[in-house]
Design a binder for this molecule. Structure first.
Ligand code: MGD
Ligand code: MGD
Ligand code: SF4
Ligand code: MO
Length: 577
């Protein structure tokens, strides 16, 4: 018998799946287009944790739950930390937070992902409403600005086949190789490129004045701010030519343009300003409130959904968490020992915790050090509903098969709520609650009811409905000649899940041999990795993919300037034999 479900992974696409006798296939209808990516094509082949264990010894699920309760009981409520990652994006994942919040444990806030960019968007527009996939499909020109669609959003590719493509990325990605215009700028200089583009657009009288007068009337002041940049010197420093600026403006003027941004541009302390400057360029072009135009980034997957769960409580940042302050740390759907910045600090801080609980699917650095390991059920074996941060579909995810291994988030929470006499509704109640936000549109598919298809159609969500431009230039072009760490997503892994990378990628002209082991270091720490040559990189870039063991020894756990977001690419690195 076949059933329809959806991929739960932290991915723009949120594909819909036909589960047919153990085989997963992409749904033909809608954006999934009949294909899945390698993660889901091989999903059932990855070995999962089968049996719970305590201090290395196998135990039953019942014993594991008793142990968990004992650990929670062993200290004051707020001395238990609840730390959830983003491995599974479905809505029922938060039911555990409901328990820990009611119980009075400490929760987390902050972002390891898109937080700085989101903050910049909110500063400018008053909210983060995303240009959905279906609108990108209606554009004539697509600018991939720090997004690598072949790796992280492959279901966008069939939708943009005949469009003009522009790519802005320090790596000559697969999409860059077929682009009409490719700009291989120096990392962490997008703010200046975006400002110069706005300035030249204004000089060429290319701004959409009708739109600006109505929705972004402070644009002349912003133009003045862009005049603080010295044109020739800045272009030289960022690795862009005047010709490229001219070409870009020629390709976008008067066209329906989608600027598709990824997290690559904002893994820096001033990541919010970078995103806001790109938004400002979009505003100067009048790309908001029009069909087929806009800026696509990571919207909120929860936009339009009201959570039925309790989520209040004291919160600490998930970027620089001081684990040592807690007696019990409950980790769900995350691998903080690999994916948080500054791994050496994380390892040291968490080593002081008496009770570390890991609730997940796979063995990894975190399960290795956990005192109590509780296997989760994968999405195939539990009921859920999911929404996306890149499109407006809502997908139902019924349990497609039964399994005796592991426990679902709902089952675990129901047990704990019962033990502590805290209120929890039935699983069916929550699933129906989430389903109530779905509406069937003319194409026969389900969408989140309250999301605008064309964001900001009635103006921005700021006080006077106007876009708020950056009014200060707080950053300078980084003139340090050190090597830039690029740590983006790999094709084979989803962060630290599935087939993880093991190499450092360098331009061959740097003189290191393919296959030799080198040391990469920063002010935070170092890692040894095998070299692989990649001449699609700029010579000043060191590429170590997310999920590579040890990559976060190099990264800083400082927050971005205006929000609690990680800045994985802020540190410069050194390489040596
Ligand atoms: N296969 C696969 N897919 C994934 C993931 C995965 O691990 N693997 N992870 C998922 C998650 S959690 C997320 S958040 C998304 C993110 O997916 P994307 O938004 O695509 O993010 P990244 O891969 O981090 O970076 C994208 C591009 O930004 C470029 N870049 C880096 N620094 C700069 C810079 O300073 N300026 C500019 N202009 N470009 C820069 C990189 O070279 C890279 O090509 O992907 C999701 N999808
Ligand atoms: N150097 C570097 N570091 C990065 C990044 C980078 O680009 N470079 N990217 C950052 C970003 S954007 C993100 S989003 C984070 C991601 O970091 P994490 O959120 O830690 O994600 P994963 O590495 O995918 O680890 C998730 C674990 O969750 C478990 N899991 C999967 N499904 C389920 C489930 O249904 N239930 C439960 N209970 N557990 C499950 C699996 O065991 C898996 O090992 O990493 C960040 N770290
Ligand atoms: S592309 Fe993304 S949503 Fe689609 S199957 Fe792969 S990981 Fe899942
Ligand atoms: Mo992410």
């Amino acid at each position: 018998m076949s059933s329809i479900t959806a991929c739960p992974l932290d991915c723009y696409d949120a594909c819909e799946i036909i589960f047919d006798n153990g085989v997963l296939k992409g749904l033909k209808d809608g954006h999934t287009n009949g294909f899945l990516c390698p993660h889901l094509n091989h999903y059932t082949k990855h070995a999962t944790i089968q049996v719970p264990r305590y201090k290395g010894n196998e135990i039953t699920i019942e014993e594991a739950l008793l142990k968990l309760k004992e650990m929670i009981d062993s200290s004051k409520n707020e001395d238990t930390l609840y730390y959830r990652g983003s491995a599974n994006f479905a809505l029922m994942q938060e039911v555990t937070e409901h328990f820990f919040s009611l119980y009075g444990a400490t929760l987390t806030d902050g972002s390891l992902c898109d937080g700085a960019g989101e903050e910049g968007i909110i500063q400018g527009r008053g909210s983060n409403k995303n240009m959905p996939l279906h609108e990108v499909a209606k554009s004539e020109v697509v600018i991939f600005w720090g997004r690598n669609p072949h790796t992280s959003s492959s279901h966008l590719l069939p939708l943009i086949k005949d469009k003009t493509i522009i790519v802005i990325d320090p790596i000559k990605t697969k999409i860059a190789k077929v682009a009409d215009l490719y700009i291989q700028l120096k990392p962490h200089t997008d703010l200046f490129l975006a400002m110069l583009l706005s300035r030249f657009l204004h000089i060429e009288n290319g701004c959409d004045e009708e739109f600006l007068d109505k929705y972004a009337s402070e644009y002349e002041e912003y133009y003045e701010l862009t005049q603080n940049l010295r044109i020739k010197a800045t272009l030289e420093q960022i690795g862009v030519t005047l010709g490229q600026v001219g070409d870009l403006l020629r390709l976008v003027r008067g066209k329906k343009v989608a600027i598709v941004c990824g997290v690559g541009i904002q893994k820096y302390s001033d990541g919010a300003d970078v995103m806001r400057a790109i938004d400002a360029f979009a505003a100067m072009l009048g790309l908001f409130a029009k069909e087929g135009c806009g800026v696509s980034y990571l919207g909120s997957s929860r936009d339009g959904i009201v959570s039925p769960f309790n989520k209040n409580g004291k919160k600490v940042s998930k970027v620089n968490t001081d684990f040592s302050l807690f007696k019990t740390v409950f980790i769900q759907g995350a691998n903080p020992l690999s994916q948080m910045p500054d791994s050496l600090r994380v390892r040291d801080s968490i080593s002081k915790v008496e009770n570390i609980v890991y609730f997940g699917l796979y063995e990894n650095e975190t399960s290795e050090i956990a005192d109590l390991v509780i296997p989760a059920k994968s999405f195939l074996y539990k009921d859920d509903v999911r929404t996306s941060y890149s499109h407006n579909r809502i997908s139902f995810m019924p349990k497609v098969a039964n399994i005796d291994i592991g426990i679902s988030e709902y089952e675990l929470s129901a047990y704990l709520c019962k033990e502590y006499s805290l209120p929890i509704q039935s699983e069916e109640f929550y699933i129906n609650h989430f389903k109530s936000f779905a509406i069937k549109r003319v194409d026969g598919l389900m969408y989140v009811d309250k999301r605008e298809e064309i964001p900001y159609i009635n103006g921005f969500d700021t006080k006077d409905k106007e876009f708020i431009f950056l009014d200060e230039l707080n950053s300078k072009v980084d003139e340090d000649t050190g090597m830039h760490l690029i740590t983006c997503k790999s094709q084979g892994s989803l962060n630290s899940q599935f087939n993880r990378e093991e190499s450092v990628y360098l331009h061959s002209s740097l003189g290191f041999e393919d296959g030799e082991v080198i040391t990469i270091s920063s002010i935070n720490g170092s890692v040894e990795l095998k070299v692989k040559h990649n001449d699609d990189l700029r010579v000043d870039c060191v590429l170590i993919y997310s999920g590579t063991k040890g990559v976060n020894n190099l990264t800083s756990s400082k927050h971005a300037l205006s929000t609690k977001s990680a800045i994985f690419q802020e540190n410069k690195v050194e390489i040596r034999r």
